[in-house]
Design a protein around this ligand. Structure first.
Ligand SMILES: [Zn+2]
Length: 277
């Protein structure tokens, strides 16, 4: 949800399209610097969440794309950690529980292992400074030198995190598919999510990004598409909506056509088989 005009507008916009959960940035995500939240922003945001019935548990704020906690450049790494800590503080001020972040990229200057170690260090440092907010690492498509495209990468970050109660993951279906995890058929879906459970564990799943894919299977290319219009297809989303292991968490659309969001939400809820309600 857009935060144009102030963060307090996000819950109003979410309500307008019939969303029961939503994602937002807590600041302008294209700049390193941002104005501090005002008392009014904070008060209005909390009030609007209450009015429209959004529990912080179902709000999954997204960190700025500028942040690279795996950066091989000391300068960018330091800047990223600072910006990320600031965003965690903003979440805390807004009464939010989670902050979703893409793990990071090594830019071919270091390797995947060093990159993951560095990310875990940053996670530990940040959790030490800001209390009450859980870091949610998102799986990636593995485009460029991004880590996080294997479940094992996310598991490694969790393993190295001291406070296991405040680390979790978000699974993006487009990224998963582009990274080579098939969910198109019932068999493929079960195999992929069994592997997820074995390597990471559903207890760490704090949210999902529901996106179809313009990119091809295992292409390592990150291109989202509207639900049912891409290479994943509609069945996978039916499986997800009826999967009891994936209940009571925020499910976020990052699909390409905002005009379809309301319809997509209705369609997804419509997939839930009656005997499960
Ligand atoms: Zn995503």
């Amino acid at each position: 949800m857009s935060i144009a005009g102030g963060v307090e507008n996000a819950p109003i916009r979410a309500h307008k399209i019939g969303a029961k959960a939503f994602a937002m940035f807590t600041r302008n995500q294209r700049q390193w610097q941002s104005k501090p939240l005002t008392e009014k922003n904070i008060k209005m945001f909390k009030e609007n969440c209450k009015t429209y019935n959004y529990n912080p548990k179902y709000i999954l704020p997204h960190a700025s794309y500028l942040i690279n906690l795996g950066s091989p450049s000391i300068e960018t790494f330091t800047k990223s950690k600072k910006a990320f800590t600031e965003e965690m503080k903003r979440c805390s001020l807004l009464g939010l529980k989670y902050l979703n972040v893409h793990p990071g990229a090594h830019l071919n200057k270091t390797g995947e292992n060093d990159c993951l170690n560095q990310i875990a260090d940053a996670v530990n440092e940040t959790l030490e400074i800001v209390k009450g907010v859980t870091i949610v690492c998102e799986n990636t498509a593995g485009e460029g030198t991004n880590v996080g495209y294997r479940f094992e990468h996310l598991a490694k970050i969790i393993e190295m995190t001291d406070d296991k109660k405040r680390i979790g993951v978000c699974i993006d279906t487009c990224h998963m598919f582009a990274a080579g995890y098939d969910i198109r058929s019932r068999e493929a879906y079960e195999k992929t999510f069994d592997e997820f459970d074995k390597v990471i564990g559903f207890n760490f799943l704090k949210g999902m990004h529901l996106n179809d894919a313009k990119s091809q299977f295992a292409s390592r290319v990150d291109r989202h598409n509207s639900i049912g219009m891409g290479n994943i297809g509609i069945d996978a989303f039916r499986f997800i909506m009826n999967d009891k292991r994936i209940d009571d968490i925020p499910m976020i659309l990052e699909t390409t056509n905002p005009d379809l969001w309301q319809k997509e939400i209705e369609m997804l809820y419509g997939f839930i088989e009656k005997h499960q309600v």
